[in-house]
Design a protein around this ligand. Structure first.
Ligand code: SAM
Ligand code: SF4
Length: 446
């Protein structure tokens, strides 16, 4: 008998992708996805504990679904980082919770569901010792998104930045075999997927510990050769490990989109040291220069944290100065939030909440202007847009992204979905661009 599963996802692309993998897996056990929790037999909250905000949201989400357990007997589970970190404590804290599933145990969900159905017992599976089975491909019968897809190339992280919970909740760095990755991307391309985004916390470290000798730029090269695929992206790369081979790949590989997300976290050398990031403001800026030389129109986005313990006014000014030098296309900015178990959580020079907020507001104001200016610089130019679907704003519009990852909306019909369209940019906004499609014979900006 068919059953329904509802998944609510918090956090980054890895979590989004994990949710897709879980849905794929459950399809094989007659669980179909529903977007309405009220009709679900299984409700899964896929959580994130990287920052405070998403972590709190998880608990309020659980509270929201309690009545569905009472009324319909729905099985309620928690997966992801919070599940990994809290384990049994979650079961103690939330009496109506049935399942806690750690970041390495996704493949066990169908079996555990069965156990719960038969015995009514509550279960918790958070062991890390699973021989990298998390990385095994769950090949879809049809892609989740017809146009683009995530592909996991590695899991975990060995960096242990002092603020970050990821190595504790995702485990140590482990790469997936090149052969398997290529097989999955080929499979996706055969099903019509045009763009893949390769996922890992530190893709530059790809290949370590594998039997075959392969580094990330070589993996990109192999994927670049896959027929039918138009575009390749990846996230995230750590500035310390950004290699010359990868920088050169931006000028060498035509399918590799000219966009890099390179989190800098702080512009102050003192704070970068305390964060244990392994680079300085100067060496970060030097890599940015090399990237811009390799591809002059490369788009650069980043992450930054304000209010890290010990961050004085002069340290914050260094962050603003770095932003001024780079002129990021976009920036994800966060107030530091202490994460239990990390080294920085023990640091004593805490920054007041108001100071954190003021710095965040100021920094975001500056970035908003830069992002708008960057977008305005595209007005009048023709960009290659991969059309992804119907625009949310108007039934007459479709939406897609430029190679530099900017959203473009323009009038067009659904037959364009999956096509690379030449679009002239007519108007720039803070978060998107407006354009007009040209005849496919027009040349695009290179
Ligand atoms: N692996 C990526 C890297 O090395 O840059 C980052 C991955 S992390 C999941 C995403 C972002 O969350 C980080 O770049 C950082 O800006 C932010 N972040 C992580 N821990 C944080 C914390 N304790 N407080 C505030 N922001 C945090
Ligand atoms: Fe966290 Fe640092 Fe690893 Fe990124 S590189 S996931 S910030 S520990």
């Amino acid at each position: 008998m068919e059953k329904r599963v509802y998944i609510e996802t918090y956090g980054c692309q890895m979590n989004e992708h994990d949710s897709e993998r879980i849905l794929r897996l459950l399809e094989g056990y007659s669980y179909l996805e529903t977007k309405d929790a009220k009709e679900a037999d299984f409700i899964l909250i896929n959580t994130c504990s990287v920052r405070e905000k998403p972590e709190h949201k998880v608990y309020s989400a659980l509270g929201r679904y309690k009545w569905l357990k009472e009324k319909r007997g729905a099985i309620i589970g928690v997966a992801g980082c919070v599940a990994q970190q809290e384990g049994d404590r979650l079961l103690d804290r939330v009496p109506y919770l049935d399942m806690v599933i750690g970041t390495h145990a996704i493949s066990m969900i169908p079996q555990l569901l069965q156990e719960i159905e038969v015995s009514g017992e509550r279960v918790c599976e958070t062991s890390f010792d699973r021989n990298g089975e998390y990385l095994n491909a769950i090949l879809p019968k049809k892609p989740f998104d017809k146009v683009k897809s995530y592909v996991t190339i590695m899991q975990g992280c060995d960096h242990f930045c002092s603020f970050c919970i990821v190595p504790y909740v995702r485990g140590r760095e482990k790469s997936r075999s090149g052969v398997e990755i290529i097989q999955e991307v080929r499979h996706l391309a055969e099903m019509g997927v045009k763009e893949v985004c390769l996922l890992g916390q530190n893709v530059n470290g790809y290949g370590k510990g594998l039997e075959e000798e392969i580094i990330f730029s070589e993996l990109l090269e192999r994927i670049n050769g896959i027929e039918g695929l138009d575009r390749i992206r990846f996230t995230t790369s750590h500035p310390k490990d950004l290699s010359e081979e990868l920088i050169q790949a931006f000028s060498r590989l035509p399918k590799l989109c000219e966009h890099i997300h390179l989190p800098f976290q702080s512009g102050s050398d003192k704070i970068l040291r305390a964060m244990h990031r392994g680079y300085t403001k100067g060496s970060y800026l030097e890599k940015i220069d090399r990237l811009k030389k390799a591809h002059p129109s490369i788009a650069i986005t980043s992450d930054v944290i304000v209010g890290f313990p010990g961050e004085g006014e002069e340290d914050f000014n260094e962050t603003l100065d770095l932003m001024k030098s780079v002129q990021f296309d976009d920036l994800f900015s966060f107030k530091y939030s202490p994460r239990r178990g990390t080294r920085a959580a023990q640091f004593t020079e805490k920054i007041e909440e108001k100071v954190k907020q003021d710095r965040l507001t100021m920094l975001q104001g500056i970035q908003r202007e830069v992002t708008l200016q960057k977008n305005q610089a595209l007005e009048g130019l023709v960009e290659e847009v991969l059309v992804e679907g119907r625009s949310k704003q108007s039934d007459r519009d479709v939406t897609g992204r430029t190679r530099s990852n900017k959203i473009v909306n323009f009038e067009g019909d659904l037959s364009l979905i999956g096509e690379l369209a030449p679009v002239q940019i007519t108007k720039a906004y803070a978060h998107s661009l407006r354009g007009e499609i040209l005849s496919t014979h027009c040349r695009m900006r290179s």
